[in-house]
Design a protein around this ligand. Structure first.
Ligand code: AMP
Length: 121
């Protein structure tokens, strides 16, 4: 069940601020409040989806396309298209998803140490 009081829902309702990078009808991109890399952007759908399963079950293809388009455009606007970047979506408890609103992290701005994603504790 989607929690209407999660922090990203509050950002979408304008109840708390965010450092917005870009948005379209279906998605919002903003800077992570606790950046782990020189570029650390979050992209969220505007609809009420806790995780990828809910997004898949509830979103229209237009919403899904609009979300993915914003991921690409946000990466471009953040200036990491040439140098590269990593997309991460922590989905559910085993992946330590903290905010229960589906989101993708864009990490970039410097060389990431490992070629493969490591499953760190
Ligand atoms: P996750 O573990 O994938 O759910 O990550 C949630 C992310 O949201 C973390 O990287 C947090 O630093 C970030 N975060 C939490 N609150 C805010 C906020 N108010 N504005 C921007 N980013 C936030």
């Amino acid at each position: 069940m989607y929690d209407q009081n999660n922090i990203f829902a509050k950002i979408l309702r304008g109840e708390i601020p965010c450092k917005k990078l870009h948005e379209n009808e279906h998605a919002l991109a903003f800077h992570d409040i606790n950046p782990q890399m020189p570029v650390h952007i979050l992209v969220i759908p505007k609809g009420p989806y806790t995780n990828l399963e809910e997004f898949n079950a509830g979103a229209t293809l237009e919403e899904m396309g609009g979300f993915m388009k914003l991921v690409a455009e946000a990466a471009s606007m953040a200036g990491v298209n040439e140098t590269g970047y990593r997309l991460v979506a922590n989905n559910g408890a085993d992946a330590h998803q903290e905010v229960p609103h589906f989101h993708v992290h864009i990490f970039g701005g410097r060389r990431i140490a490992g070629r493969m994603i490591k499953a760190q504790d």
